[in-house]
Ligand binder design. Structure first.
Ligand SMILES: NC(=O)c1ccc[n+]([C@@H]2O[C@H](COP(=O)([O-])OP(=O)(O)OC[C@H]3O[C@@H](n4cnc5c(N)ncnc54)[C@H](OP(=O)(O)O)[C@@H]3O)[C@@H](O)[C@H]2O)c1
Ligand SMILES: *[C@@H]1O[C@H](CO)[C@@H](O)[C@H](O)[C@H]1NC(C)=O
Length: 325
């Protein structure tokens, strides 16, 4: 029993991986259409200093947006800012410190952002970690669940006010949530969200990405019910050659290299659907969708379970200390 609940998530994750690679073998990466200029608009991109986050930040800045790169490595962040500034003459870009593995750091980040009195039109919840050995956040949450999901849950909730104020009907503010195809193999164990009974990093990653999809749908419903001019979509970038894979064990690392060279997307290709969700006019007013390769597709069956979505929301509020309005 124990072995099974440990191994099944691993098998499921690799099966999903093979399916994605087959898709990428036969299908070209989505090409971004011409996007409208974004002058005067402001975006926050978490984990915007490298990988797909960097490509997203760069592209949004080139459209004229002011981009705040939110990350937990000052040096890397400043290097990214410099590189983007050299390349892009419009827009503006700055770095702000944010450690998503700390509720306090998230609160402090939001306070510092609000002190700037900037509007907020786009929030890209991009940062993430994958397959790290069992570890906990500052507040004692399992790291995948705590950082990938709960951190973004709190961040988004704390930024809802500026998002609502900056959007209007016809020009909604947008939240983009980076999920992953691994969510298809994910399960949400409401009794053991922290994976205490049997820790499996593969299961923990998939679960965090499933939770992000459910959060997307629940939040979209709430925003619609309140009549707020904000939309939320989840994005699946495909398999992309970034530093995300650095925690694979060494045999998997070896196998990954040639496969990545042939079949993985580049960070710029991988970021294209997130950029599309953040800025395209096709998606004006469209929310509550799961986007893959520039198209709306179905997410996993369980992700549409409204009962489970509500339960997860309630539990998440409790864990991060938000009132359950
Ligand atoms: N690559 C893929 O094949 C793939 C597939 C599906 C989904 N995704 C998702 O796409 C997103 C971007 O990943 P990527 O592939 O571009 O990987 P990446 O290059 O490793 O980038 C991850 C980013 O997350 C940031 N981050 C990590 N821990 C953080 C923390 N505690 N606080 C704030 N930021 C933190 C990192 O910033 P620092 O460097 O400052 O730590 C980094 O900028 C992730 O959510 C990932 O799960 C990726
Ligand atoms: C290629 O894309 C099409 C359209 O999205 C899809 O129906 C098809 O299954 C994909 N091919 C593979 C091998 O996944």
């Amino acid at each position: 029993m124990w072995l099974l609940s440990y191994i099944l998530p691993i098998i499921r994750l690799y099966l999903v991986g093979v399916k994605v690679l087959l898709y990428q073998l036969f299908n070209k990466s989505f090409t971004l259409p011409v996007l409208p200029k974004q002058n005067g608009r402001v975006a926050i991109v978490t984990g915007g200093a490298r990988g797909m986050g960097y490509e997203t930040s760069r592209h949004l800045a080139s459209l004229g947006m002011h981009v705040v790169i939110a990350g937990n490595c000052e040096e890397e962040g400043m290097t990214a800012v410099k590189k983007i500034q050299e390349e892009v003459s419009v827009g503006g870009v700055e770095f702000m410190y944010l450690d998503l593995a700390s509720l306090k750091s998230i609160q402090q980040f939001v306070q510092r952002f609000k002190d700037k009195r900037l509007p907020l039109h786009v929030l890209v919840n991009n940062a993430g970690i994958m397959l790290v050995p069992e570890r906990q956040t500052e507040d004692g949450f399992e790291l995948h669940f705590g950082l990938n999901y709960l951190g973004h849950f709190l961040l988004t909730n704390l930024l809802l006010d500026p998002l609502k104020k900056s959007g209007r009907h016809g020009a909604c503010s947008r939240v983009v949530v980076m999920s992953s195809a691994t969510h298809y193999g994910g399960q949400l164990n409401m009794k053991d969200l922290q994976g205490r009974s049997c820790y499996c990093a593969h299961g923990a990653y998939s679960q965090s990405k499933l939770a992000l999809v459910m959060f997307t749908y629940q939040l979209q419903d709430m925003l619609v019910a309140g009549g707020h001019p904000v939309t939320v979509n989840a994005v699946d970038p495909g398999m992309v050659d970034t530093a995300l894979y650095e925690n694979l064990c060494s045999p998997a690392q070896l196998a990954k290299k040639p496969v990545a060279k042939m079949l993985f997307r580049t960070p710029a290709e991988g970021a294209s659907t997130a950029i599309y969700a953040a800025a395209s006019s096709d998606l004006e007013g469209v929310g509550g969708c799961y986007l893959y390769n520039g198209r709306i597709v179905e997410s996993s069956g369980i992700s549409y379970d409204e009962n489970l979505q509500a339960k997860l929301w309630k539990e998440s509020c409790k864990l991060v200390g938000l009132p359950q309005a």
